[in-house]
Design a protein around this ligand. Structure first.
Ligand code: PLP
Length: 468
């Protein structure tokens, strides 16, 4: 297995200790009481926010931490958060990747001030455009780029281009995917049958009309789905990272590339999370040859910006398409995309952080976290496993890694995840709320990693003691 990608798991342990539902429920009750005690100022802010914000928060997912009320964060710097009650945290969530290089690193702050004084947005390119285009091509290996405001937008744009240049209506995604707020991708397999995601809000259309969905790592299903040659593109994360973490089988990407090529289907790799793999993302680290790449969250250090790059042949087809396109709104692009501030920040991030020198220590620390957790689960005979993609580590509360989204979705989002998250939060350790993802950034130190391992160990000790 290449060194950027790893999975530490063993065969299921014979003497594995189950954690009882009662122990989990008791921990959640206790931790919620402690949360109330520790956070009176956040509680007061939540009460004040209740009248004018939907669900008390400026963006309703902020409630997905499922604490008794949202934690209000006063300051984020480097790897540390301070909440409205003065509690300090070591942040392994890092804005779910937006702050992958830490909160407010100095080069980013300098650029914000400098470019802020020179103009934020003009609807015209700034001189940085010439440099950022070259940097993106150099780092990520595709020649032609566009900037959007979010990764959701970048994915939406690429889907439009793919449909436009191929003249095919359908796209294909993998079960359990998340590519942002992109309507076309909200399709799931239920008992093996495709259906629109029931959780999608306000969607009147049957999305399976134009989107096919199969399981990740299922090469025969892929072959069958592409056989009719009516799929414009496959949109995939190289490693699934939004339903826990699902690694590709050793030959999966080769098969995906061969089958998409032989059926003239475009291959779009969404690197938004897997940019944690190295300075050229997962595709560069593993020699994938996508027709398009999507980059998001950390590309401008956490200020909204994303980018997509396309191969020369794809760009040529876009040119041909545009030459014959009737007039009218294109449905691609937004006013704040490609702004001077985005370009300035992307330049800083690409020059300073998307380098082998930045990534090397991150990968070493991520491996320390991965190995430390794997050892811990083994020592405590807890049947959980750990997976890593570069600087991104995930533990899943099941003995073996899932092979696809269907398997993964059965493992995540259970009360055990919430109990662990809330236990850690009350002890100054933050991991992502949706599943058990932990990111290492340049400001993360060995002591931070060791504190997280110790925190999870203490949590398990309590759960085991309560369950026996
Ligand atoms: C793989 C992937 N693509 C796209 C997105 C959308 O990013 P944004 O919310 O910044 O639009 C996400 C968000 O988590 C993601 O995980």
């Amino acid at each position: 297995m290449p060194s950027h990608i790893a999975s530490k798991f063993e065969k299921p342990m014979k003497s594995a200790r189950p954690i009882s539902d009662d122990a989990i429920a008791a921990m959640l009750t206790r931790e919620h009481a402690l949360f109330l005690q520790r956070n009176p100022n956040s509680q007061a802010l939540a009460a004040r926010s209740a009248r004018h914000w939907l669900r008390r928060v400026p963006m309703f997912w902020m409630e997905d931490w499922r604490t008794p009320f949202p934690l209000f964060i006063e300051r984020a710097a480097g790897v540390e958060l301070t909440d409205a009650d003065g509690n300090n945290y070591i942040d392994f969530c890092l804005g779910d990747t937006g702050a992958m290089f830490g909160h407010g690193p100095q080069p980013l702050l300098d650029t914000l001030c400098r470019q802020g004084a020179q103009g934020l947005t003009t609807m015209l390119p700034s001189p940085d455009a010439a440099i950022v285009g070259t940097l993106l091509a150099d780092r990520f290996g595709l020649p032609v780029w566009q900037v959007t405001a979010t990764a959701s937008d970048a994915n939406r744009s690429v889907l439009r281009w793919a449909r436009a240049v191929t003249g095919r209506d359908r796209i294909l995604v993998f079960n359990g995917n998340y590519h942002g707020a992109v309507d076309d991708t909200f399709v799931r397999l239920e008992d093996g049958k495709p259906r629109s995601d029931p959780g999608l809000i306000g969607e009147p259309r049957d999305l399976t009309q134009f989107t096919s969905v199969i399981e990740f790592n299922d090469v025969p299903a892929l072959e069958q789905a592409l056989a009719a040659r009516d799929i414009a593109c496959v949109l995939a994360e190289p490693v699934m990272t939004n339903c826990g973490m699902v690694l590709p089988d050793p030959d999966f990407h080769r098969a995906l590339r061969e089958l998409t090529r032989s059926t003239k289907t475009l291959l779009v790799i969404d690197e938004t999370h897997c940019m944690s793999s190295g300075p050229g993302g997962y595709s560069r680290a593993h020699g994938l040859e996508p027709d398009a790449i999507v980059l998001g969250k950390p590309i401008a250090g956490g200020v909204p910006a994303a980018a997509y790059g396309v191969a020369e042949h794809f760009a040529d087809r876009i040119d041909t398409y545009l030459a014959a396109r009737p007039s009218g709104h294109s449905g691609i692009g937004t006013t704040l995309s490609g702004s001077a501030i985005q370009l300035a920040l992307m330049r800083t991030m690409l020059e300073t952080y998307f380098t082998p020198e930045t990534f090397e220590p991150l990968l070493i620390l991520a491996e320390r976290l991965e190995t430390g957790l794997a050892d811990l689960f083994r020592t405590r005979a807890i049947p959980w496993h750990v997976v890593r993609v570069g600087a991104r580590v995930e533990f899943m509360c099941a003995p073996l890694p899932p092979r696809n989204g269907g398997e993964a979705m059965k493992i995540i989002g259970r009360p055990i995840d919430r109990a662990v998250h809330h236990y850690l939060l009350n002890r100054g350790l933050v991991i992502t709320p949706f599943h058990n993802m932990m990111l290492i950034c340049p400001a993360t130190k060995r002591s931070h990693v060791d504190a997280l391992i110790a925190g999870i160990d203490a949590c398990l000790a309590e759960l085991i003691a309560a369950g026996s």
